[in-house]
Design a binder for this molecule. Structure first.
Ligand SMILES: *[C@@H]1O[C@H](CO)[C@@H](O)[C@H](O)[C@H]1NC(C)=O
Ligand SMILES: *[C@@H]1O[C@H](CO)[C@@H](O)[C@H](O)[C@H]1NC(C)=O
Ligand SMILES: *[C@@H]1O[C@H](CO)[C@@H](O)[C@H](O)[C@H]1NC(C)=O
Length: 223
């Protein structure tokens, strides 16, 4: 059971063209998960204001303003100073999601869904052609993750819910998610990126002193 706070700050943004002035490829932003500087935690309860779904996916009795904390931290790579800020989510024993009749006791959830994302395959531009997902994470050292647990932090789920097109995980990855669940320091202190078959494509140590930036490109045409 997961009983510990999930405290990675993360800012999600898709393809930010102005950072790549020398790159001839100019990617339009499809969904922008960046948080405006004047947001408050309550902004995430309001459907017209939040960049994310106000409904899913969270503990059944919680509001987003109880889950989201807006820390004063340094500006991440895709945030603009004075325009954007990072966010932090907390998970604990109130973060149980109800799926139908059952509470899902196996894990704790505080998942932010980009609000304009449509589920059906090909239903929006993020599901067509070649798209790139960008995100940055930074640890709050005053509230560390317990890396004996698996933290599934960013993923793109298949429309039929049969799996993920990619997954970004930290900590000890459970056997059900394709790892041997070895609780050893070099195993657990790592971020990993998995493909649609849950194969590990990339790993890098989790840092406590800096932002870490990631990107994954999906090609829906030549898959
Ligand atoms: C961040 O800093 C501002 C200005 O100093 C302060 O008003 C605010 O309470 C701080 N927020 C947090 C979460 O510490
Ligand atoms: C939510 O509240 C209901 C009613 O009090 C309670 O039965 C349920 O267990 C609560 N859910 C969680 C995840 O705490
Ligand atoms: C971290 O999680 C493991 C496995 O659940 C548990 O045995 C350990 O006590 C936890 N550590 C802390 C510091 O809470």
């Amino acid at each position: 059971m997961w009983k510990h706070l999930f405290t990675a700050n993360f800012a999600l943004a898709l393809a930010t063209p102005q950072l790549y002035r020398r790159d001839p490829v100019q990617c339009p932003i499809i969904f922008d998960g960046r948080v405006s500087q004047n947001s408050t935690p309550v902004s995430f309860n309001i459907a017209d204001v939040s960049p994310y779904s106000t409904q899913y996916v969270k503990g059944e009795n919680l509001t987003w303003s109880q889950i989201i904390f807006l820390p004063n931290t340094t500006t991440s790579r895709f945030d603009t100073l004075g325009v954007h800020r990072s966010l932090e989510v907390t998970i604990n024993d109130h973060s149980l999601f109800r799926s139908g009749q059952r509470l899902q006791y196996g894990f704790r959830r505080a998942g932010l869904l980009l609000k304009d994302d449509k589920n059906a395959a090909g239903a929006d531009a993020a599901d067509q052609g070649v798209v790139t997902f960008h995100w940055s994470v930074r640890q709050d050292v005053s509230k560390p993750m317990n890396l004996s647990h698996e933290y599934m932090n960013v993923w793109h789920e298949k429309a039929d819910y049969s799996g993920n097109q990619f997954t970004f995980v930290g900590g000890v990855v459970l056997p059900v998610d394709a790892a041997p669940a070895i609780d050893a320091p070099e195993e657990k202190n790592a971020w990993r990126i998995q493909n649609a078959k849950n194969e590990f494509l990339f790993r890098t140590p989790i840092r406590n002193d800096a932002w870490q930036n990631f990107a994954v490109q999906l090609d829906y045409t030549n898959k």
